[in-house]
Structure formats: structure tokens, C-alpha cells
Ligand binder design. Structure first.
Ligand SMILES: Cc1cc2nc3c(=O)[nH]c(=O)nc-3n(C[C@H](O)[C@H](O)[C@H](O)COP(=O)(O)OP(=O)(O)OC[C@H]3O[C@@H](n4cnc5c(N)ncnc54)[C@H](O)[C@@H]3O)c2cc1C
Length: 295
């Protein structure tokens, strides 16, 4: 099927794009077109206006800021996968990016499209939740910042207003000094180049990376596709903090992840299986982060 007719707009600035959204109530933003095209071709979305962000300047960047690192909304998965700055400061993002689908999707798909789509199985939604990121949103009325923890509200439903554009995600790097931090993004996939059954995004900061059994000072865990939103599991974080990582603390964290998970049945993975995978992949990801935090 072909998309329903629409009027196509090619703004060159964020302000122009925001004005177009303000002027046209039934408008949709176009980013990498890896999801929207399918939705529109099946006529599950029939916007009257399409506002193309591909010609808008200033949305494709990975940059250092005083507080940390910012990634622009039109930054492609491929760029995130290959960014030296992210590899050094926030390696969870390149690791999340490299596991998204195949090269054709990664060459076109964007961070803003993934966060805008807000699929709870999405890699960035989980990684940004683990990193406690903040989203910069722009509209014709002005700008606001929304913590990711408040952005994802329900299944593919967010705090983003219809007249707003995601400009960037900002991540504070203070809690994660690279020399004492390990991060990991691990996922179970039924087949290559498809969406994950469940993924686990983790970060661990230790007190002394040279110690034989360093103490976990801070841990973060977020799961993808384990609930109707990206799921931060603070009980699992608490279970591993304040002591060296051990089989006992990993068991407790895995149990907490399984208990927190509230997944939907899928064709190839029922609810019970996904709860189990949530626990097991939380364990694997925390363990890998801990190993990576050690020199
Ligand atoms: C075969 C296949 C497998 C995939 N597997 C995975 C996977 O394993 N993990 C994963 O995370 N993703 C996966 N994806 C999705 C992929 O990451 C897409 O890139 C993503 O869903 C949408 O990004 P996009 O840039 O293509 O956005 P588009 O398709 O262009 O837009 C998606 C939605 O976001 C909105 N939007 C876009 N940009 C903005 C913005 N700046 N501000 C506000 N709203 C905006 C659009 O209006 C639209 O509603 C897969 C996709 C395919 C086709």
C-alpha cells in the first residue's frame, strides 16, 4: 500500500521546523524514515503534512559540554557507533547502536527517531534511561528540558507535545569517570537484524579499578522490552551497590529484575520467558560492566 497523500516540507532550521509544526496540527516529523515509512505505508499514520528534518542544520552532532556529552537528534546510529568521544565517555551508546538491525537501518536511523518513536524495545530508550539523560525539546513557544525518567509515560506514549521537536539528548558524565566505570548493553535477539526479546543496559562505577575485588560505588540498570516503557530497576542497582560484585549480589539483582519486569507476550517469547531473560541479561550486563570497570 502507498501512504495517503501529504504535503512535504523541507525546513533548514529548527525554528522553521517548529513553526511548521505550530502551523499544521496534523504534521509528522521525518528523520531516518526507518519506522515512519512503514507506518505510513500501512496507513497506520496518515499525516496531512510531513516535516523533513534531514535538511535542518545543527541536529547532527556528538559534542562535549560542561556537564557531559550531548548527542543531536539527527545523529545516525552509524555515527554513534563510530564516535570516539562516546567510545571513551559513554561506551554504552556505541554498543547499543551497533546492535540495532543491519547496516542499512543504522546508516539512516537516528537517535531522535528512536526516542520519538519511543518503542520500549528500543536500544537508546533503555541506554538513555540507564544514563539518566535529559532531552532538549524545542517548539515555537520555546524550549524545555525533560529527564528521560519523566519522558516515557506508557506504551509508545511520551511527554513530547505534538508541536515539539527533540533537539538532543544530554548526558551528565560526572557519575561515570571512564577510568573507574564499566558500561554494557547486552541483548537477546531471536534472529540477527531484528528487535530484541529483552535487552539490559548497565553502568557500574567502582572505588578502585586496580583492586582485586573493587567495591561497586554506583550501579545503573535499565531493561528494554521488559515492560511498556524502558524500565529502570533501582532494586537491582541497590542489590549490587556498596560491596564487591559477587554471585550473591548478582542473584539478588537478577531476581529484582525478573520481579520488576512486566512484559507482554510475543509470538516467539511469552511473558514468563521474557521475565526470566530480564533477570539473566541483567546479571550478564552487570557482570560485564563490573569487569570493564577494572583495569
Ligand atoms: C528491520 C528493523 C529492525 C530494527 N531493530 C531495532 C532494534 O533492534 N533496536 C532499536 O532500537 N531500533 C530498531 N529499529 C528501529 C530503528 O532504530 C529506527 O531508526 C527508529 O525506530 C526510528 O528512527 P528514524 O530516524 O528512522 O525515525 P523515523 O522513522 O523517521 O521517525 C520515527 C518517529 O519519530 C518521530 N521523530 C523523528 N525525529 C524526531 C525528533 N527529532 N523529534 C521528535 N520526534 C521525532 C517521527 O515523527 C516518527 O513518529 C529497527 C528498524 C527496522 C526497520
Amino acid at each position: 500500500m502507498k501512504p495517503a497523500p501529504f504535503e512535504y516540507h523541507r525546513p533548514t532550521t529548527v525554528a522553521e521546523a517548529a513553526d511548521l509544526l505550530a502551523d499544521h496540527g496534523d504534521a509528522e516529523l521525518l528523520a531516518g524514515n526507518q519506522s515512519l515509512g512503514i507506518v505510513m505505508s500501512n496507513r497506520l499514520a496518515t499525516p496531512d503534512h510531513l516535516v523533513d528534518l534531514n535538511t535542518v542544520e545543527g541536529l547532527d552532532f556528538v559534542t562535549e559540554r560542561e556537564e557531559g556529552v550531548a548527542v543531536g537528534a539527527m545523529t545516525r546510529h552509524r555515527t554513534i557507533e563510530r564516535s570516539d568521544l562516546l567510545a571513551e565517555r559513554l561506551p554504552i551508546l556505541p554498543e547499543a547502536a551497533e546492535q540495532i538491525a543491519g547496516p542499512s537501518v543504522r546508516n539512516r536511523g537516528t537517535l531522535g527517531g528512536s526516542v520519538g518513536e519511543a518503542d520500549p524495545a528500543g536500544n537508546y530508550p533503555a541506554a538513555l534511561t540507564a544514563l539518566d539523560a535529559t532531552l532538549e525539546l524545542v517548539s515555537a513557544d520555546g524550549e524545555r528540558e525533560v529527564p528521560v525518567s519523566e519522558y516515557f509515560i506508557a506504551y509508545m506514549f511520551t511527554d513530547l507535545r505534538e508541536d515539539e521537536i527533540i533537539r538532543a539528548a544530554e548526558i551528565t558524565t560526572d557519575p561515570f569517570p571512564p577510568e573507574r566505570t564499566g558500561m554494557a548493553f547486552v541483548e537477546l535477539k531471536p534472529t540477527a537484524q531484528t528487535w530484541p526479546t529483552v535487552s539490559a543496559a548497565t553502568a557500574i562505577r567502582v572505588d578502585d579499578p586496580d583492586a582485586a575485588d573493587p567495591v561497586v560505588e554506583e550501579a545503573r540498570l535499565a531493561l528494554a522490552n521488559a515492560a511498556d516503557v524502558p524500565l529502570r530497576v533501582e532494586a537491582a542497582e541497590d542489590a549490587v551497590e556498596g560491596e564487591p560484585l559477587s554471585e550473591a549480589s548478582l542473584d539478588e539483582a537478577a531476581n529484582a529484575a525478573t520481579a520488576a519486569a512486566d512484559p507482554e507476550d510475543e509470538m516467539h517469547a511469552d511473558r514468563e520467558f521474557k521475565e526470566e531473560v530480564a533477570g539473566e541479561y541483567a546479571r550478564r550486563s552487570l557482570n560485564r560492566s563490573y569487569e570493564r570497570a577494572q583495569t
